[in-house]
Design a protein around this ligand. Structure first.
Ligand SMILES: [Zn+2]
Length: 340
């Protein structure tokens, strides 16, 4: 069984529905990507069909193992093919639902990324939602529920999943991805509570990106104007990379400001790995007011990058990095001995 961390409230709600023998015929699991919604759906399918419904699905039970492995006749998982779930998949689900459960107590179908059902597929699904056969349970999983037809949404019981805490993301990265505590904490600190986001950042050479970005904030003098212009060109060449860079900087600056308010030894600082940089530079050299100005620059740049309409990203980055360097290093940045 894959590790499912967090979501205790949701899990106990679903467990209670099984325990009382009154699960809804259709569920809509919503919440941002990469937080474990699909895993929770599979766990729920285990609960519904496990011979021992009071045991926690932990990989020791052969029935649950087959459900998780996709080898149980009563549980199916639909995923998009080339980005779309088409009507023929929904028809096949309906024929699957026509017959009573073979081995288990319930026939369960999980539709992952349900928002990728095209309109025809959603309309076909409505029939099943309007006349739900007994003993069949449908679980729609999506990070974009607003894309679904209101008629589909309204016929499902909505279960909202909250983002994970940075600590929970760290735990998952350590246990299931074998990251070191340090790596995991670093990726988790900018994950926005999503494991998939943390992994994306990691795979994209996130530690390098982070070091680059933080060098401008903590020691712009050493980067120098030439280094700054080069960095601007690299960071702005790709929209996602540009957005990540701004996110990293904004997270760091926000944590410094929070740290100044609360004192630096509190457990609230999610950028724990930056303690050294933080305590050697920010509190002594920069005021909260300066950091707020940096934060404003980052927010402005972030809006321009997101809007992406006739924006020269490179120019946005040039201006943003130069302004930040001048706030952090003083107005003489760029005309110091480093660059003359
Ligand atoms: Zn079991």
């Amino acid at each position: 069984m894959a590790i499912l961390i967090g979501h205790e409230r949701v899990i106990s709600l679903l467990d209670r529905a099984v325990h009382e023998g009154r699960p809804a015929h259709a569920y809509l699991f919503t919440g941002r990507e990469g937080i474990g919604k699909k895993q929770a759906a599979i766990r729920f399918a285990c609960r519904l069909n496990c011979p021992d419904p009071d045991s926690d699905p932990d990989g020791t039970c052969p029935v649950c193992r087959r459900i998780v492995g996709g080898n149980h006749p009563d549980v199916t998982i639909e995923v998009p093919e080339r980005g779309i779930i088409r009507i023929d998949r929904i028809r096949s689900l309906q024929s699957h639902f026509r017959y009573a459960p073979i081995e288990g107590r319930f026939k369960v179908t999980v539709i992952d990324d349900a928002h990728t059902m095209n309109a025809a597929a959603q309309n076909a699904l409505l029939k099943t939602l309007e006349e739900p056969p007994a003993g069949r349970i449908l679980i729609l999983v999506t990070s974009k529920p607003y894309v679904l037809l209101p008629t589909v949404r309204s016929r499902c019981r909505r279960i909202r999943f909250a983002p994970l805490s940075a600590g929970e993301v760290t735990g998952i990265l350590e246990k299931s991805r074998g990251m070191s505590a340090e790596e995991a904490e670093m990726s988790a600190s900018v994950s926005g509570g999503s494991v998939s986001r943390a992994l994306e950042m990691d795979e994209a050479g996130f530690p390098d990106l982070r070091n680059q970005v933080l060098s401008v904030l903590t020691d712009p003098g050493a980067v120098g104007i030439t280094g700054l212009v080069e960095m601007s060109a690299t960071l702005s060449s790709d929209k996602k990379r540009a957005a990540d860079a701004v996110d990293i900087a904004a997270t760091w600056v926000r944590d410094q400001i929070v740290g100044m308010v609360r004192g630096h030894d509190g457990p609230s600082n999610p950028n724990g790995d930056c303690q050294d940089r933080a305590s050697s530079s920010a509190p002594s050299r920069f005021s909260a007011r300066e950091l707020m100005r940096v934060y404003d620059e980052l927010l402005k740049a972030s809006e321009l990058i997101d809007a992406d309409i006739n924006v020269n990203r490179n120019l946005v980055f040039d201006v943003m990095l130069l302004r930040i360097a001048r706030i952090m290093a003083g107005p003489t940045f760029g005309v110091t001995r480093h660059d003359r």
